[in-house]
Design a protein around this ligand. Structure first.
Ligand code: PEP
Ligand code: MG
Length: 570
């Protein structure tokens, strides 16, 4: 029996037999082409077949999972037909390369570019292009693609990476769990596994390497654990845990339609975080009361040029309409740091997290920012949209944005375009500077939302993506806890709403402290909404205060963490 760990990307426990699935290795011979026109025709036919086959796979996913997930595959068609890619391929063919080599080398260039960006969404783009490349080469070389629709019952699918096209072939009756070498929580394979409700552990290379076909394996998608060749006792233990998980899930569905309130009846708001308008529907399906963070940079990352005012207007309008009366807090472009957008032409910096990014960039780029603010104002005529500014460090930034809005509003007035004249403008409190000056900011802002992901990074001076210093990256540090408490106090003093949209808002260990500090709004990922509602319902203000006082009397992260874990209610 051997135990390994990876990233728990889709909850639940699966016990089954490993089936190692390998991507067909497509090999081809490099040839010099003397008739490029004919070669381009061959390539175009391959593209057409790719489109046809992908559309078929998308339909199969649409039936098995849903429309949103099918969009991932339809996105592959968009990638393949993106002129940025096809123009380069054609150029290479015209220079005498065969279609296979041209596809291979252009795709590899794009893969290398996206894979070098330390952002999961961008790395996902690299996986997508790699998937497109493999399938195009399979077509060009007449190679059969991996077919996983015929796997035996009780299978744990083991692969280097689970590509969306592979996922299309999964038969949920037979595939109980998924285990891969690469991929993160927001990779497409993770999204699809969650949508199919198949437990999945990703990024567990040692476990994948240690497995052979047919070996019994346990996948714990909650904890991110993999057990290979378990003894009988362990199998029994995990069967019990599996039952408990299924029960707990049923239990959580009871929280749909309930108010979000503490054990002693204090109501708070429970919102969801989204990256595109489609996800607003998911938030609604988990009974989220609104959206506490719409990360608009994903609209910018999905395309090879900035989305137009019209495109953004449609996206923001669709999000607020999906919430059916609920508020939608839309964060203006938070570019830079770990979120690169190649076409914006940002230069490489020594310290990207401390550099020209987010509101600093936007205030210098009227072309980008005015377009976004106008789209936001226009969409505000269709529902309760609020504007949120990221990475604020001083009140000047907030005032500058408000000034811009003032000018844009009069522009819209003169054009006779409707918008919400009282649209709220809030700030994300995610830097120590914003925390220390929260009393000043609260006088000018309509609301706060605490971004604990960055607040922890900047407060502890620890890069949130650097594994070597990850031991310092914890919200349980007294400096971070005191900051959170102070920010909420400053908001209360000025009578403005204080929310939290960082990951900490869904942390069961931290929720009692947030209740005690008086947080008004919790914004969490869609799948955490019901669990968060449940945890909030388990704490009275008095109990939460008692725990918070104890926690704040301690000094070491390890002590605070142990106290919070020991007292966690589930
Ligand atoms: C945060 O910093 O807490 C946050 C919610 O924003 P992001 O994770 O997008 O930086
Ligand atoms: Mg942030």
């Amino acid at each position: 029996m051997n135990k390994f760990s990876g990233i728990g990307a889709s909850g639940g426990i699966a016990i089954g037999n490993a089936a190692i699935v390998k991507e067909a290795v497509v090999s081809y011979e490099k040839k010099v082409i003397d008739n490029p026109e004919q070669e381009i025709k061959r390539l175009e036919a391959a593209f057409e077949r790719f489109k046809e086959k992908t559309e078929k796979m998308a339909l199969s996913i649409e039936e098995k999972v849903g429309e949103k997930e099918a969009e991932i595959l339809r996105g592959h068609i968009a990638i393949a037909f993106d002129p940025a890619l096809s123009d380069e391929i054609n150029k290479l063919i015209k220079s005498g390369k065969c279609a296979e080599e041209a596809v291979d080398s252009v795709c590899e260039q794009f893969i290398a570019m996206f894979a070098s960006i330390p952002d999961e969404m961008m790395r996902q783009r690299a996986t997508d292009i790699s998937d497109v490349k493999t399938r195009l080469l399979q077509i060009l070389t007449d190679n059969e693609p991996t077919d996983i629709s015929g796997l035996a019952p009780d299978t744990i699918l083991v692969a280097d990476d689970l590509t969306p096209s592979m996922t299309a072939g999964i038969d949920k009756e037979n595939v109980l769990g998924i285990l891969t070498k690469t991929g993160g929580k927001t990779s497409h394979s993770a999204i699809l596994a969650r949508a199919l409700e198949i437990p999945a552990v990703l990024s567990a290379p040692d476990a994948v390497d240690a497995l052979t076909d047919g070996v019994v394996v346990i996948v714990d998608g909650e904890k991110g654990e993999v057990i290979i060749d378990p003894d009988e006792q362990t199998v029994e233990k995990y069967k019990k845990l599996r039952e408990e998980y299924i029960q707990a899930k049923k239990e959580l569905s009871k929280f749909i339609g309930r108010k979000t309130q503490t054990a002693d009846g204090e109501s708070v708001m429970l919102f969801g975080n989204i990256g595109n308008p489609e996800e607003a529907k998911t938030v609604k399906s988990f009974d989220g009361e609104g959206v506490g963070l719409f990360r608009t940079e994903f609209l910018f990352m999905e395309n090879s040029s900035a989305p137009t005012e019209e495109e953004q207007f449609e996206a923001y309008k669709a999000a607020v309409e999906a919430l059916d009366g609920g508020s939608v807090i839309i964060r203006t472009l938070d570019v830079g740091g770990d979120k690169e957008i190649p076409y914006l032409g940002l230069e490489k910096e020594e310290n990207p997290f401390l550099g020209y990014r987010a509101v600093r960039f936007c205030l210098n780029r009227d072309d980008i920012y005015n377009t976004q603010l106008r789209a936001l104002l226009r969409a505000s005529a269709y529902g309760d949209i609020k504007i949120m500014i990221p990475l604020v460090t001083c009140v000047d930034e907030l005032l500058a944005v408000k000034e811009k809005l003032f000018t844009l509003k009069s522009e819209l007035d003169s054009e006779g375009i409707p918008y919400n004249k009282d649209i709220e403008v809030g700030v994300m409190i995610e830097t120590p500077a914003a925390c220390v000056s929260a009393d000043i900011l609260a006088k000018e802002a309509d609301f706060f939302s605490i971004g604990t992901n960055d607040l922890t990074q900047y407060t502890m001076a620890v890069d949130r993506g650097n594994a070597k210093v990850a031991y310092l990256y914890s919200e349980y540090n007294i400096a971070v806890l005191r900051s959170i408490k102070r920010i909420i106090e400053c908001a209360k003093k000025e009578g403005i709403v204080c929310g939290m949209c960082g990951e900490a808002a869904a942390d069961p260990n931290l929720i009692p402290l947030l209740i005690s500090f008086g947080l008004d709004e919790f914004s969490v990922s869609a799948t955490s909404i019901l669990k968060t509602r449940k945890i909030i319902s388990l704490w009275s203000k008095d109990d939460a205060d008692e725990l918070a006082n104890k926690a704040l009397s301690l000094t070491r992260e390890s002590e605070i963490s142990a106290l919070l874990k020991a007292n966690a209610r589930k």
